[in-house]
Design a protein around this ligand. Structure first.
Ligand code: SF4
Length: 637
């Protein structure tokens, strides 16, 4: 057992030997340190990537704020130690600890992992190991912390089912309190750990994998999930909040440079565009917006609390925020002359976006990002992101004309039915955009093309689609490299092997947990970091687990296949997704569902919540209650 004082003393010896010790000290402005013994529940919030990256994660900040507002609970933080720090901790036999109080992770009641992407899975195992906590949920006793996880990658929890006691599916603001309450009630009851799991499984949005068993067909596909406990939900419906709670404003200010040194303010959640590849767009439905005044006040308070000079107004599609002009004007007026830089990411490809950016106070004009995702109109119809080449070129021209030198264009290769002509078109489009720039600002014009590879994700219309092979991806990337040896154009891409890993994990089943474990045992860590990604460890892990990687990525799945994530319900019906997939194969598009509701399943699933939150906060049509309906029909008569 290590006490916080012993850990602090050990850190004084260790930290001078590691890079960026500021990652591991805590003590930053606005951290919350509560009296350990005066609360009933201690929760460690863990982002299993480097501090520099995880620090600005909004989900973590929201939960930190929510828990620390409770007088009976505390939340502290930890991130993944870089390899030098890991080696130093292991050598000194110091367990992983929380940044605030330096308590070992094993002293906490609950460890809450944030899993926004699949390439954090091995890091999560590593952090459990560094904390001295049994890796497998089945090996934990009542004395061990409860290990929970949430985030976008938790929407297919199966590859991590063996290591996590309970997953939060969906939004955490309310459910985290119910989990803490259930934990406190269980502690008072003095019953078994199994009883805790049963209690948790009854909470809306909580999935306890130990209470289900997977059965497989002879061909390796899933036959179904058997519920082992009558109290566990089938399916497990994601948690949503009816109204976005006030945004956090007491952000912690790091000592060291992090990826985003800014205040993040979420202006809306969800997206109505229906891009078929987009996991976030499907799982975050319905769209709910924050009032303009609440956002402006949050910026005021957060900048005063932190001293940050940059604010990011976050959403999946900023130009779709209903009151975007009002917001931009209100921000410009309120903060005029205060040297505040406001960023508005994820803008649509239209000249209105350029107007918006112009009104913002960000005077740096470094790069303007547009994400056409595909370069031919055919391809954009398949992915449901219709925008004409003419519209794109006009927008590009306006961007250069208004003072930006560099346009960042985001594309994906590997979309369903893509041909080499579609890939060639990416190069042609980049050149056409550069030509627009040259017309406006001559040789100063630049294009940065970021070309990632499409990965079919669970719960999207493309969940049936195969992923390109490494060879196919390489051939497409070679083509682009050759075609884009052009002065003024810079091309960025991802290694095909990295794509494979994410593709295996994002549609993996329970058997994949063994692969994750075997890969970790072979040294896989920081899989999202090029310098650490160990493809061979993963291939060996598949062999050790007796599984074929191609089974998870390369086959087109039949429409009636039972998926390992079918028992997780996002509110969007599988039938809607399969119809949308078929629409896609026919090149049919859907308009923004604010113009026309396509009955994706969200409204009937969350009808009561919609009723409780009338008005235009939600972007789905209103659901009338019975009395209102009767009044309406009486008026009609
Ligand atoms: S219920 Fe209709 S409006 Fe709401 S997200 Fe689904 S398709 Fe869009």
């Amino acid at each position: 057992m290590h006490t916080p004082v012993e850990i602090q003393n050990a850190l004084e010896r260790i930290l001078p030997r590691v890079t960026k010790p500021g990652r591991y000290t805590g003590g930053e402005l606005n951290q919350v340190v509560k009296d350990w013994d005066s609360v009933q529940t201690r929760l460690a919030l863990i982002f299993p990537d480097l501090y520099d990256l995880g620090f600005s994660n909004l989900g973590l900040a929201i939960l930190y704020d929510q828990i620390n507002q409770r007088p009976d609970a505390l939340a502290e933080r930890q991130f993944a130690p870089w390899t030098d720090m890991e080696a130093a901790l292991r050598e000194a036999q110091v367990p992983l600890y929380s940044l605030e109080s330096k308590h070992p992770l094993a002293d906490f009641d609950i460890l809450g992992f944030s899993l926004p992407y699949e390439t954090l899975f091995t890091n999560a195992l590593n952090l459990l190991d560094l904390g001295g906590i049994p890796l497998f949920a089945s090996e934990r006793s009542a004395a061990d912390p409860l290990v929970i996880a949430g985030g976008h990658a938790a929407y297919n929890p199966e590859p991590m089912h063996a290591f996590i006691d309970a997953f939060v599916i969906g939004e955490g603001e309310e459910v985290i309190h119910e989990i803490v309450d259930a934990h406190q009630a269980w502690k008072r009851s003095g019953t078994s750990r199994q009883d805790l799991l049963t209690r948790l499984a009854q909470i809306w949005g909580v999935y306890v994998p130990a209470l289900y068993q997977a059965h497989y067909e002879a061909d390796g596909t899933l036959r179904g999930m058997e519920r082992l406990d009558g109290g566990a939900h089938v399916p497990v419906l994601k948690r949503v909040v009816g109204k976005l709670p006030p945004p956090p404003t007491h952000f912690i200010v790091p000592y060291i440079d992090t990826v985003h040194n800014r205040v993040p303010v979420e202006i809306m959640r969800g997206c109505t565009r229906g891009c078929r590849f987009c996991h976030a767009g499907m799982i975050n439905r319905p769209v709910r917006e924050r009032p303009v005044q609440e956002i402006v006040e949050a910026i005021e308070q957060a900048t005063a609390n932190t001293g940050f000079e940059e604010v990011g107004l976050l959403s999946l599609s900023s130009s779709d925020y209903t009151h975007i002009l009002e917001l931009v004007d209100a921000v410009a007026e309120r903060f005029a002359g205060r040297h505040l830089s406001i960023s508005l990411p994820s803008l649509r490809i239209e000249s209105f976006s350029v107007d918006l950016m112009d009104r913002m106070m960000d005077s740096r004009r470094t790069g303007f990002t547009l994400a056409p995702e595909a370069a031919t109109e055919r391809m954009r119809e398949i992915i449901n992101k219709p925008v004409s080449i003419q519209q794109l070129l006009e927008t590009a021209s306006a961007i250069y004309a208004r003072g930006w030198n560099n346009i960042k264009l985001y594309f994906m290769i590997g979309h369903p039915s893509e041909t080499m002509e579609d890939v060639q078109a990416i190069a042609e489009l980049c050149k056409a955009v550069l030509a627009e720039g040259k017309k406006q600002i001559g040789g100063r014009a630049q294009v940065t093309a970021g070309v990632s590879t499409f990965i079919p994700k669970a719960h999207t219309p493309f969940q049936w689609a195969p992923c390109d092979t490494v060879e196919q991806i390489k051939a497409k990337q070679d083509l682009l490299r050759q075609a884009l040896k052009v002065r003024g154009i810079k091309l960025n891409w991802n290694a095909p092997q990295e794509t494979m890993l994410e593709a295996w994990l994002s549609r993996g089943d329970r058997r994949m947990a063994e692969v994750v474990y075997q890969a970790w045992k072979r040294g896989a860590r920081f899989d999202a970091w090029k310098e650490h990604f160990n493809y061979r460890a993963w291939l060996e892990a598949f062999t050790a687990a007796g599984l074929d990687p191609a089974f998870y990525t390369q086959r087109e799945r039949p429409l009636d296949e039972t998926f390992p994530w079918d028992h997780i319900h996002t509110g969007v019906r599988k039938k809607f997704l399969s119809e949308d997939y078929l629409w896609s194969l026919r090149g049919q598009t859907r308009v923004d569902c604010r113009e026309r509701c396509f009955a994706c399943g969200i409204l009937p699933t969350f009808a009561e919540l919609r009723r409780q939150n009338p008005g235009d906060t939600w972007q789905c049509p209103e659901v009338k209650n019975k009395a209102a309906k009767m009044r309406e029909s009486a008026n009609l008569r």
